[in-house]
Design a binder for this molecule. Structure first.
Ligand code: MD6
Ligand code: FE
Length: 211
């Protein structure tokens, strides 16, 4: 495994490991995600207000995050196929263990696919039962401009997330507002067809329901 050196973001609880995944780890992980796509295809979710996301989504693990006219929630089945989500790859479970030190393993991995022009508005990740568990993010493919600011509002700042970078929202930054302003098309050739894939690992179910 590669070094996984953490750098100081200057924002308490926002943790960042640039280049945490080697090229071969990135390729292995991407292959697993693309293999899972056969069972859990990327689909276009809708906001509760009825607008399509520009990002396409799928999920891995016992629970998957979904959004539709009924709102945001975690559920055990893919909203289009009705099947259970494929398992979370071992490489991601090991990364979670190595980097977060969290007591619980993740039970949900949201997979976001950004083709050209896709972005994600500022949001908070707050649909998980236990908001003290971290969210760990892995970026593959084209680099993106990530924006982040404190939960309570105030200024935001942006930084570039490149293929193989890992970051986490923990502790006082767990409810930070964050989003993707834009993807830098053509900055990586990793993803077939171009674009960016982001994987976010979460502990979604309440502790009492963890298996
Ligand atoms: C993305 N990331 O990088 C979107 N959420 O495509 C997220 O929404 C995110 O990077 C929680 C924790 C870290 C993240
Ligand atoms: Fe998020």
């Amino acid at each position: 495994m590669s070094a996984r050196a953490e750098i100081d973001t200057g924002m308490e609880g926002f943790r960042f490991w640039p280049g945490a995944l080697s090229m071969s780890e990135q390729a292995d992980l991407l292959a697993e995600v693309l293999a899972a796509e056969a069972a859990a295809p990327f689909y276009q979710p809708m906001t509760p207000g009825g607008r399509p996301f520009s990002v396409r989504m799928t999920g891995l693990g016992p629970l998957g995050w979904v959004s539709d006219r009924s709102g945001y929630r975690y559920q055990s089945t893919h909203p289009v196929t009705g099947s259970n989500w494929p398992p979370i790859p071992g490489l991601l479970l090991a990364l979670w263990r190595d980097l977060t030190g969290a007591d619980q393993p993740p039970d949900a991995c949201l997979v976001n696919l950004y083709r050209e022009g896709a972005k994600m508005g500022l949001h908070q990740d707050r649909d998980e039962a236990d908001l003290t568990a971290p969210v760990l993010s892995v970026s593959l493919g084209d680099a993106a401009v990530f924006r982040i600011g404190a939960a309570g509002g105030g200024p935001t700042r942006s930084l570039k997330l490149s293929s193989g970078d890992v970051c986490a929202l923990t502790g006082p930054a767990r409810l930070a507002r964050h989003g993707i302003d834009r993807v830098i098309a053509g900055s990586s050739s990793l993803v077939p067809g171009g674009g960016r894939i982001n994987l976010t690992l979460r502990v979604a179910a309440p502790a009492s329901q963890q298996s």
